[in-house]
Write a protein that binds this ligand. Structure first.
Ligand code: FES
Length: 696
């Protein structure tokens, strides 16, 4: 029997109800997992969030990135320390907490190295099988160019597989209106049988070398690839924040959360708090609500959120409070997060005393932006390999932009190889649009006064999106501006076909039908709905909410139907009074939580802020060292304090150390960055033995 922490119903994802399980041991206790599941997910499914204790100070260690980028989730599996987030459970596996340093295997013995490392030649090596890499491979495969697409994960698709929501953009250029996970599958199917393309999954690239070879551990065995050209589509890693308690289990990245919830269907928390109001944080809140997780609030340091207004409105309608000009002061708890303290900040981002509020959350997601994974690109360029980059590894933007940039990079490669192709200027234009920040918020277009049936389009901000204009059968929805950043306007007639309600990625369109009951003066309002089954039922009287979550009144659910035009979206028909029809934008399923002011707040000090979580080095230690020595070289700080020298290779803390320099008033331009050397990823040493098959 699977435990309670697995999601049993989800509005978008199908729940695998097969009872097939594998068994493994954790600290001597038998535990079940789903076949192929990562150890960390199986532990979370059983409510185990503390995976071990740190060698330096015995502090509890748990999940942080769920992406193989950090090392906080280390456990010992069959005697060998492994990252539990990228190590699948095997039947009968003996998993133990890593408490302190791991011990050498008792029966360790000398193994003879095998033969020579194979060198494989290819026209193009694509590193990273996400939206950019797959889109590039499709272009190259179409012309029969020999490519290898390699990825460190077990499946291609990158972060698309975690994106259960509908994409913005244009239908023609980047599948707008479809869900990210479906787009990932589509892209994969386009290359999977392509003869000129080899797909290498479970194959991390560990380094690029001066002899123009690329080292890859392909399914556990080391190989070298000699590409004529190298395309880096390695995506992005999440930025993080340093505050007291940021290292507690229960504080982790939004990407880790999406992995647990949307890939593995684990319910890792009951009460969630989020820091960061960009699209990632806002969508994270929406995904949590879809998994029936209570979102207590979101804080954003800026006066406005950076994400799309339609994403913001959508979660406010569902009752999530968003606190702008606020920050997280501290995360508190004994061995796990128990509460989050937030405070308002002034225009210099300083907390304002007396505004502290406390939320009893067991999980805090950090969603404060992304940074390109571009180490390999820099190394390859240094060694003179013909190198290209696309997607987030080049410029951080939405996945829709990554797809176009992948196609453009492929065309550039083809041109450089002498193929007779071109990069259409409209692609360049579309990429620019898709990479642009959301524009200003404007007024709505006035609603028609003389119609009985019409859509209400609550798209007040300029964002790159046009699916509603493309699906309208009567072509009554148009963007007047010269490109898809403009706001859609309804003029003409409406058939009430609901295609626009079904496709709008922002869930920002409702249909008003005043023909419903003219004698009672009630209308039918059709709203899009993607929440778990059972939250509302036909016949129920529900509270209705306006565009930004304000209470409007009450409505009766008169019908709930799966949309014909959009997989897994429900269209809910509400009966509402005439005077409220244009205002009703959604259904309130919970009252927003109000702030509970904190009676007493512990003052923070730099001693309790961990900057390097692998080596447990505090902000105070780093500041003292910089101040005492006057050093301006991050490598010197590393050598002295071991920051950045833990198993994650500084991927988590380097940016935080740079921020410490900045906070001390030191110009970052004067600080020497860390020297990047292979290996870029940790892989077992055994991989370099090149043993003959079947030998131990
Ligand atoms: S956090 Fe891993 S080396 Fe610093």
């Amino acid at each position: 029997m699977m435990s309670e922490s697995r999601i049993q119903k989800h509005p978008i994802l199908s729940v695998d109800r097969t009872i097939k399980t594998v068994n493994f041991m954790f600290n001597g206790k038998k535990i079940t997992a789903k076949p192929g599941e990562m150890i960390s997910s199986a532990l979370f499914a059983h409510g185990i969030h503390i995976f071990g204790r740190h060698k330096k100070d015995d502090s509890p260690q748990g999940m942080f990135c769920a992406n193989g980028q950090c090392s906080q989730c280390l456990v010992v599996a069959n005697g060998i320390p492994v990252k539990s987030c990228v190590t699948p459970v095997e039947e009968g596996m003996d998993v133990r907490s890593l408490d302190g340093l791991p011990e050498l295997l008792k029966d360790d013995k000398v193994i003879k190295t095998g033969g020579k490392v194979p060198i494989i030649k290819t026209h193009v090596l694509i590193v990273g099988g996400g939206p950019a890499g797959l889109s590039a491979a499709i272009e190259l495969g179409n012309l029969g160019v020999k490519c290898i697409v390699c990825d460190d994960k077990q499946e291609l698709g990158g972060k698309l597989s975690l994106q259960t929501h509908n994409f913005f953009g244009s239908i023609r250029d980047c599948y707008a209106g479809s869900r990210g996970m479906d787009i990932g599958n589509n892209l994969f199917y386009k290359i999977k049988d392509e003869e000129s393309i080899q797909i290498w999954v479970n194959s991390p690239v560990v380094g690029v070398f001066s002899d123009k070879l690329v080292g890859i551990v392909r399914n556990g065995e080391y190989v070298l690839v000699k590409p004529e050209r190298l395309l880096i589509t390695t995506g992005a890693r999440e930025k993080t924040l340093a505050f007291p308690g940021c290292d507690l289990p229960g504080v982790y990245g939004a990407g880790a959360f999406q992995t647990l919830v949307n890939r593995d269907l684990i319910k890792p928390t009951e009460k969630l708090f989020i820091v960061g109001g960009g699209n990632v944080g806002l969508i994270g809140a929406y995904h949590a609500l879809q998994a029936d997780i209570d979102v207590l609030g979101i804080v954003e340091a800026l006066p406005q959120v950076g994400g799309y207004k339609v994403h913001l409105d959508k979660i406010k309608r569902l009752g999530v409070p968003v606190f702008t000009s606020h920050t997280v002061l501290r995360a508190e708890g004994k061995d796990h997060l128990e509460r989050v303290v937030i405070a308002e900040i002034d225009d210099k981002f300083r907390p304002i005393a007396g505004t502290e509020a406390v939320f009893e959350a067991d999980t805090l997601l950090i969603a404060v932006g992304l940074t390109p994974v571009d180490e390999l690109k820099k190394q390859a360029e240094e060694f003179g390999i013909k190198t290209y980059a696309a997607g987030d590894a080049d410029i951080i933007a939405e996945a829709s932009a990554a797809m176009i940039s992948g196609r453009m990079a492929a065309r550039k490669i083809l041109l450089d190889m002498g193929f007779d192709v071109e990069i259409p200027p409209e692609w360049e234009e579309m990429l620019k649009i898709l990479r642009s920040k959301p524009g200003p918020i404007k007024d709505f277009y006035p609603l028609p006064k003389d119609k009985d049936i019409y859509p209400v389009i609550r798209c007040a901000q300029e964002i790159p999106c046009n699916p509603c204009t493309e699906v309208c059968v009567l072509q009554s929805i148009k963007i007047k501006e010269p490109n898809i950043m403009g706001r859609p306007k309804f003029e003409g007639d409406c058939l009430g076909c609901t295609r626009c309600v079904s496709i709008c990625p922002g869930l920002a369109i409702t249909i008003v039908d005043k023909r419903y009951d003219k004698t009672k003066k009630t209308a039918r309002v059709i709203v899009p709905w993607e929440m778990p089954e059972g939250k509302i039922k036909t016949g129920q009287i529900v509270k209705t909410s306006g565009m930004e979550g304000e209470s409007i009144g009450k409505g009766k659910v008169i019908a709930m139907k799966k949309s014909k035009w959009q997989n897994r979206r429900t269209l809910v028909s509400l009966e509402v009074p005439f005077k409220e029809t244009d205002l009703v934008a959604g259904i309130q399923i919970k009252e927003p939580l109000t702030k509970k002011m904190a009676s007493k707040v512990k003052q923070s000090n730099d001693d309790e802020i961990i900057i390097c979580r692998c080596e447990r080095v505090t902000k105070k230690e780093i500041k003292d060292y910089i101040r005492d020595t006057g050093v301006r070289d991050i490598n010197a700080v590393k050598a002295a304090l071991r920051v950045g020298m833990g198993p994650c290779g500084g991927k988590t803390c380097t940016e935080l150390i740079m921020r410490v320099f900045r906070e001390m008033g030191i110009d970052i331009k004067d600080v020497a960055p860390p020297v990047e050397r292979p290996f870029n990823q940790e892989v077992p040493l055994k991989a370099f033995l090149n043993q003959k098959k079947g030998k131990k």
